[in-house]
Design a protein around this ligand. Structure first.
Ligand SMILES: *[C@@H]1O[C@H](CO)[C@@H](O)[C@H](O)[C@H]1NC(C)=O
Ligand SMILES: *[C@@H]1O[C@H](CO)[C@@H](O)[C@H](O)[C@H]1NC(C)=O
Length: 530
């Protein structure tokens, strides 16, 4: 060989050795690895003179080492994750991407399977691997912009996916789909979504699916989550839906607990949440701009539980509902025992308040077998005081029932509250009639008595009476009652006393006197003034 040939061979050897071992991530200036290349740590900030960008890929120069267990990339301006970037690393457990300005994902960026891709499918010890590896954990934290989560970005065997303080431009259809086995947890925390496409989350099983402190700037489209099975918890907490939550946006089966808490939504359409629960549902402390008919009507209890009559709680408490259609709140009572309290409605109270009838429905088969718990709405609803009630505290919240009692007069409206007023009215009229009848009857009796006997002028009673005038001396005929009128010091006349005198006079025995006198005292209390 000539010296030139030797040089050529040497150059080829050097190049090929680099291609084999020296060109993984571990050989890039931004990254550090341990001796076995199992721990890969990359930070662009440590080498400010170098490029502030990192590309993660499975093959070629700067690829993810095949033996890596943990890969961490922090503090870079830009990170690009190529298709199946981690798929060659079969021992990989965690991928963390943190404090990055721009994170770009290719299709299938985080697609991963522990058999390392299609060509090794036939390998006979693969099933063994499945039992040992629960899947890859992907954590994306503090990323200023993820322009797109493309289709199949997350697929395969993933143990958990967490987005924390991330701004996502758009989530494409099937972005989270075809996840193998059961994923432990998918969580979005303090994440802003510009746009989420239909079927962005499709067909997988997960133990917990959590949205916490997130904001959806666009609509939550129909079938945003579809064919999803959640084993443990489906939770939306402190989530803001700036746009419409469309019908069937959440189609989820099986959560042991379903929560929508401290969230706000501009508009929730009919059946927006189609959630078949295997446990209780909690919709608490939320503010809804508008609820359309049956917004939560498709939150039901799993058929098996219903068959076993294993009733679950549906707690709907402390929610503000500004606007709503009729039957906005339909609760499925096949499997749920709804508990509604502190229902704050964005309506003025008003006396003919129709919404009390039309807002809430308990139904086993809407709209056919429906019950309207008006009594319950009355007890639990709060409404705004109208501005025309003269108190000048427009908009102050008041319990619907209290407003009713204070402002709604009988006949002024309808509903059971007014029924109570009617009842009171009837009772009052009955008492008045009875009293009048009694008085008349007594007067009639007295009159009759007066006709029976005459009153002699020289009644001994008169002498101890405070008689002022009248018929002291006259013998008096049958109808001569006026002569016996007694005048009390106040100037009032008591005709009844006349009768008293008569009785005393006519009675020949003490017994007679007493019994008659007693009778008069009972019938006419006025005589007791004597
Ligand atoms: C978040 O990321 C930015 C860079 O994108 C960084 O400057 C900032 O310090 C990070 N914040 C935290 C709390 O890590
Ligand atoms: C009711 O919900 C609001 C949020 O809509 C919250 O601020 C408030 O603390 C809740 N009240 C109670 C008693 O939980």
């Amino acid at each position: 060989m000539t010296p030139f040939q030797w040089t050529l061979v040497a150059a080829v050897l050097v190049l090929s050795s680099q291609a084999i071992s020296a060109q993984s991530l571990c050989d890039t200036p931004q990254c550090e690895c341990d001796d076995t290349q199992s721990q890969v740590r990359c930070s662009c900030r440590k080498v400010p003179q170098e490029s502030q960008e990192i590309v993660l890929k499975a093959q070629g120069p700067g690829h993810v080492p095949r033996v890596a267990n943990n890969v961490m990339v922090t503090h870079c301006d830009r990170v690009k994750v190529m298709s199946m970037a981690f798929d060659g690393a079969r021992l990989l457990w965690t991928v963390d991407i943190e404090s990055v300005q721009l994170l770009e994902m290719a299709d299938e960026a985080f697609g991963w399977s522990d058999n390392g891709g299609g060509q090794q499918q036939q390998h006979q010890h693969q099933p063994h691997h499945h039992y040992h590896h629960q899947g890859l954990t992907v954590t994306i934290t503090n990323v200023t912009a993820v322009p797109e989560v493309p289709s199949y970005a997350f697929r395969g065997r993933l143990r958990s996916v967490t987005f924390n303080r991330v701004r996502v431009g758009v989530v494409r259809p099937f972005a989270f789909s075809s996840l193998t086995g059961t994923t432990g947890r998918i969580e979005f925390r303090d994440t802003v979504f510009g746009q989420v496409d239909q079927q962005a989350f499709k067909k997988f099983t997960v133990n917990e699916f959590v949205l916490k402190g997130c904001r959806f700037e666009g609509a939550a489209p129909s079938r945003m989550l579809t064919e999803i099975t959640v084993h443990d918890e489906l939770r939306l907490e402190e989530v803001t839906f700036t746009g419409v939550v469309h019908s069937y946006a959440f189609r989820v089966h099986g959560p042991k607990v379903f929560r929508v808490q401290n969230s706000r939504a501009t508009c929730v359409q009919s059946d927006a949440f189609e959630v078949k629960c295997r446990g209780p549902a909690f919709v608490e402390d939320n503010a809804f701009g508008r609820l359309e008919r049956g917004a939560f009507a498709a939150v039901t209890v799993d058929a098996h539980k219903v068959a076993e009559a294993d009733y679950q709680e549906f707690v709907f408490e402390n929610n503000t509902v500004a606007e709503f259609e009729n039957d906005a709140l339909v609760f499925d009572t096949n499997g749920f025992r709804p508990r509604v309290d502190w229902l704050i409605v964005g309506r003025a109270c008003g006396c003919p308040a129709r919404w009390r009838n039309d807002l809430v429905a308990f139904s086993t088969d809407y709209p056919r077998h429906t019950e309207r718990p008006v009594w319950m709405v009355e007890q639990t609803a709060w409404c705004a005081t109208p501005d025309d009630d003269g108190v000048g505290d427009f908009g102050r919240l008041v319990k619907a029932q209290q407003y009713d009692e204070a402002h709604c007069l009988p006949g002024g409206g309808r509903g059971t509250g007014l029924g109570r007023f009617h009842l009171t009215g009837v009772a009052l009229i009955a008492v008045a009639t009875l009293t009048a009848a009694l008085i008349y009857w007594a007067w009639y009796k007295k009159r009759k008595r007066g006709q029976w006997t005459n009153v002699p002028a020289s009644s001994p009673v008169k002498t101890r009476s405070i008689l002022k005038s009248g018929g002291g001396g006259g013998g008096g005929g049958g109808g001569d009652k006026h002569r016996h009128v007694m005048v009390m010091p106040e100037g009032k006349t008591y005709r009844e006393t006349e009768l008293h005198v008569i009785v005393e006079r006519t009675g020949t025995t003490d017994n007679q006197f007493k019994s008659t006198a007693n009778y008069h005292q009972r019938a006419q209390p006025l005589t007791s003034d004597l």
